[in-house]
Write a protein that binds this ligand. Structure first.
Ligand code: CTP
Length: 215
């Protein structure tokens, strides 16, 4: 990957509702960090868009750009990824954020409460619609059922080259742990990988990208 520019996103977005609380998810960033490290070890110029919620040590020889919200990540992607040779979007991005952010702490009252939510930008969809042929777009897909069917829909709807899909309910897959069980979905095939470390899964993703591009 020497001479190639790769952008990787990792970790969970955080969407504030007041100065005390935010909406987020269980992503640790481990999968994205593993992809960034693998790209660096293979010689790429790597930019890692990393959630400020990630507590992982920085990846050496990789430029790290922090983000907090989906809107921040959208800006970072537009700044860093439009001319990339490949983008691997491992970040777990909120689909909704609180419609308003209270300036002061929201106090409790008797009875129920609800939070009005508004849609965030689908960053990968935007990229798929505004891509240059040059940039290989790899998304991730987190599902709990109909993994391949739902993930293939994302490949098509977002105009991607590959989706690395995983089922959060499968032992050893998904958030938190050091392993994953991925299915790599492309236009022509579905490759189911066995349980392996996130480092090895990252290498498999790169191997697949190399077979599908003229890198
Ligand atoms: N993604 C994105 N922008 C969003 C939401 C998701 O770019 N607002 C990206 C993720 O980084 C991931 C891919 O889209 O690479 C799929 O994310 P996922 O959460 O699995 O699916 P969604 O498209 O959000 O669909 P749903 O939540 O309905 O499953």
């Amino acid at each position: 990957l020497r001479g190639k520019k790769v952008v990787v996103s990792a970790g969970a977005t955080q969407e504030s509702m007041d100065p005390v609380r935010y909406l987020t998810n269980h992503s640790t960033g481990k999968m994205g960090y593993a992809v960034a490290r693998a790209c660096m070890l293979r010689g790429a110029e790597v930019t890692l868009l990393a959630s400020t919620g990630c507590t992982l040590p920085p990846v050496p020889f990789v430029k790290t750009v922090p983000f907090t919200t989906a809107a921040d990540l959208f800006e970072a992607v537009k700044t860093h990824a439009m001319d990339a040779d490949a983008l691997v979007m491992a970040a777990a991005v909120a689909d909704y954020r609180p419609a308003t952010v209270a300036a002061d702490k929201v106090k409790k009252h008797d009875g129920e409460m609800s939070i009005a939510l508004t849609r965030t930008q689908d960053i990968l969809k935007y990229l798929g619609e505004n891509r240059t042929a040059k940039t290989f777009l790899c998304g991730f897909s987190m599902e709990t059922e109909h993994v391949v069917k739902n993930s293939r829909k994302k490949l098509e709807k977002k105009n991607l080259d590959m989706v690395a899909a995983n089922n959060v309910k499968v032992e050893g897959a998904g958030f938190q742990g050091d392993t994953n069980v991925l299915t790599l979905i492309t236009q022509d095939e579905e490759v189911s990988l066995p349980l392996m470390s996130k480092e090895d899964a990252a290498l498999k993703i790169l191997d697949k990208i190399l077979t599908l591009t003229s890198f």
